[in-house]
Design a protein around this ligand. Sequence first.
Ligand SMILES: NC(=O)c1ccc[n+]([C@@H]2O[C@H](COP(=O)([O-])OP(=O)(O)OC[C@H]3O[C@@H](n4cnc5c(N)ncnc54)[C@H](OP(=O)(O)O)[C@@H]3O)[C@@H](O)[C@H]2O)c1
Length: 224
Amino acid sequence: MNVLLFGATGMIGQGVLRECLLDDRVDSVLAVVRRPLGFSHPKLRELVHRDFTDFSSVAGEFADIDACFFCLGVSSAGLSAEEYRRITYDYTLAAARALPARPGLTFTYVSGEGTDSTERGRSAWARVKGRTENDLLAMPFHTYVFRPGYIHPLHGARSRTPLYRRLYAASSWLYPLLRRVAPKYVTTTEALGRAMLAVAERGGTGEHVLHSPEINGAAADRRP
Ligand SMILES: NC(=O)c1ccc[n+]([C@@H]2O[C@H](COP(=O)([O-])OP(=O)(O)OC[C@H]3O[C@@H](n4cnc5c(N)ncnc54)[C@H](OP(=O)(O)O)[C@@H]3O)[C@@H](O)[C@H]2O)c1
């Protein structure tokens, strides 16, 4: 499997990249980044790109991919509505539109718990995520949407968002408790990576919108 990865420098993307590089069934990973990853691996190639609203100049690089894992994204906190929509919706759809028309190609999008599929609710961020999901699900490839709640970072994955880094540092002791009392809302960066690989092999079958329990279930089927 040839994987195209967006957001490889982020917390989820680091976890997904790790699982891809460890998995024998992954032949190559092409990471599209705006700054270098800072490490190399025989299966990994990085493509530093500037304009995430337009991938037409590099779309030729995507010709052989089988699966796109889109882990790029931001919290809406502190951003204008326009900036949040640009990063969440415009960047994602620009990447999706640059993909080749290959049979069986899958696109997995990291959305979030609380996303508003009706696009009519009161929460602006949830409407933007909902529109992003809906437009991806209508694209001519197999889209899988992941809606995780709390994500526990494993194997050194670190958030790019300073506030989240502080929150994770202060709350990591809570994870075992959360896993016991609210297992439906908890997953890990490792499970997200393994679940992405699992759904990429489903070829369009199964659930297309996965919350934490389905993510954890798919990950369990995909232990290396
Ligand atoms: N963390 C959670 O608990 C959680 C839970 C549910 C859903 N999610 C969703 O998962 C997604 C990723 O979360 P995360 O925790 O991995 O975030 P993160 O650690 O902050 O990483 C964000 C990633 O997006 C990239 N990015 C952000 N702004 C960009 C821009 N303007 N241009 C190009 N790249 C940009 C970052 O690249 P740089 O390194 O270049 O900045 C980085 O790779 C988000 O959509 C988030 O809503 C997260």
